[in-house]
Ligand binder design. Structure first.
Ligand code: ZN
Ligand code: CA
Length: 459
């Protein structure tokens, strides 16, 4: 019955490659397809299962959860202890590169989406992860979390040159199936995944036809025999361009009901360690309910399968408290339904940001700052900061006394000047950073007409 309904709907929706009886991706049966539109919201769990088969040393889901659980628990305690205390939080900013993969279209046409559309997606990510007031990412649920993560488009590329953070690449006139995404698209275009969160925007085809996106889950480190990190060349998320950006800010072609940028919010949730709220045990499409599967978050009510619309009265597991949280970004509902990450989900994300390879380095990546000036033939040449990252003291070293700057100003990550020294003596070449909040700072030196900016990190 289910299968017949499903094929009929696919016919209506017109996804050409779906004529096969059991649609597969990464050699696996696709678990959940929207019965009304034929859209496949996400294939991240299918992808993870494929990666585990390919990389024998990648932690199994169970091993990963055992590794993460105590860390998430510790983060949760910190969050609870901090509740109601203002000004103690440190927002993490993740540098992003958007690779727009096209086939020669002019910018703003078809899959070569406009800068405005790219920017609209960054806007939505920030609204959703910061639970911003007066935006679609806001909610009044007492367990709704401000995840305190923001996203910025990179300003420095891997060669140290200026960039808009939008990397347009013509890879020819093809749509992208899973093996070509994995073997060609990602490895040929990825930027250093320890410094950049890579997001690819392309047009899916073949076995990915009708799929909105998928993410690579974070990996563990330090597990016995599973030292990782593995599969760095494919790390990031891939989104079909018709599910990318928001029609609130950027007109254009979008999939039905998938026009508010929530595909990228959902996939970024996976990239930062979140699972589907129904725990991937059941499948409404196949009529299988599984109330024992878990997303390892106690505050998302147990759900037996995915949901596809905004109704908040579904209760797929009536023996457990609470209706299905259809408004959660990690369900399969339409874009307008979604507006919440919970506190437990935030604790998982924080644990991943602190501990997972290629996630824990993003929080101190400085590539959202513009490139530093070219050092040759400068009055200020050879000026150095150490130790960097700094703890209580940052030292300013000059190669010889003729290179001593006239003055300097220190800026925090918001660009606010927090310290100025207008005459330089031995004393203020040592900066007391003991009271500085953890994060990235810029220090601008001047000498004569010349200025030079360096950055440092406070641990
Ligand atoms: Zn997903
Ligand atoms: Ca749960």
């Amino acid at each position: 019955m289910k299968k017949i309904t499903f094929l009929l709907c696919l016919g209506i929706a017109g996804f050409s490659a779906m004529a096969q009886n059991t649609p597969q991706v990464f050699g696996r049966k696709i678990q959940s397809i929207n019965p009304k539109t034929g859209i496949i919201r996400c294939v991240s769990s299918e992808y993870e299962s494929f990666l585990q088969e390919k990389e024998s040393k990648r932690a199994t889901a169970q091993e990963f959860e055992q590794w993460l659980a105590p860390k998430a628990e510790a983060e949760k305690s910190k969050l609870l202890a901090r509740k109601g205390i203002a000004g103690t939080n440190a927002v993490i900013t993740i540098p992003v590169v958007i690779h727009v993969i096209h086939s020669g279209q002019s910018v703003g046409s078809g899959r070569n989406i406009s800068d405005v559309r790219v920017n609209s997606q960054i806007t939505v990510l920030n609204q959703d992860f910061r639970k911003m007031l007066d935006t679609p990412g806001y909610n009044t649920n007492p367990i709704g979390a401000d995840v305190e993560i923001e996203f910025c488009l990179a300003k420095t590329d891997p060669n140290g040159n200026p960039t808009t953070g939008i990397d347009r690449v013509n890879l020819g006139n093809t749509t992208w199936n899973n093996s070509n995404v994995e073997s060609t698209l990602k490895p040929q275009t990825i930027w250093d995944p320890t410094k950049y969160f890579n997001i690819w925007v392309c047009q899916f085809g073949g076995d990915l036809d009708g799929v909105l996106g998928y993410a690579q889950f974070p990996s563990s480190s330090g597990l016995q025999g599973l030292q990782g990190p593995y599969t760095p060349a494919t790390d990031g998320v891939v989104i079909d361009w018709r599910a990318f950006g928001s029609s609130d800010y950027a007109a254009g072609q979008y999939f039905q009901d998938i026009d508010k940028g929530r595909t990228t919010t959902h996939e970024t949730g996976h990239f930062l360690g979140l699972r589907h709220i129904w725990g991937d045990g059941g499948s409404q499409q196949f009529g299988i309910k599984d109330c024992s599967a878990t997303d390892y978050c106690n505050d998302t009510p147990v759900a037996g399968w995915e949901n596809y619309d905004c109704l908040d009265t579904y209760n797929s597991c009536p023996s457990s408290p609470g209706n299905d949280m259809t408004e959660n970004y990690m369900d399969y509902t339409n874009d307008v339904c979604m507006n919440i990450f919970t506190l437990d989900q935030k604790a998982r994300i924080m644990a991943v940001m602190q501990n997972s390879p290629r996630r824990n380095t993003l929080k101190t990546s400085t590539v959202c700052q513009p490139p530093l000036s070219n050092p040759s033939f400068e009055l200020l040449q050879g000026i150095k900061l150490y130790p960097n990252p700094a703890n209580d003291v940052l030292n300013i070293a000059v190669s010889d006394s003729s290179k001593t700057p006239d003055s300097y100003t220190i800026y925090n990550s918001l660009g606010q000047a927090i310290k100025q020294a207008t005459t330089i003596s031995e004393g203020n070449l040592k900066v007391d950073t003991s009271n500085y909040a953890t994060g990235i700072y810029m220090i601008r030196f001047t000498k004569g007409n010349e200025t030079k900016t360096l950055q440092f990190v406070k641990n």
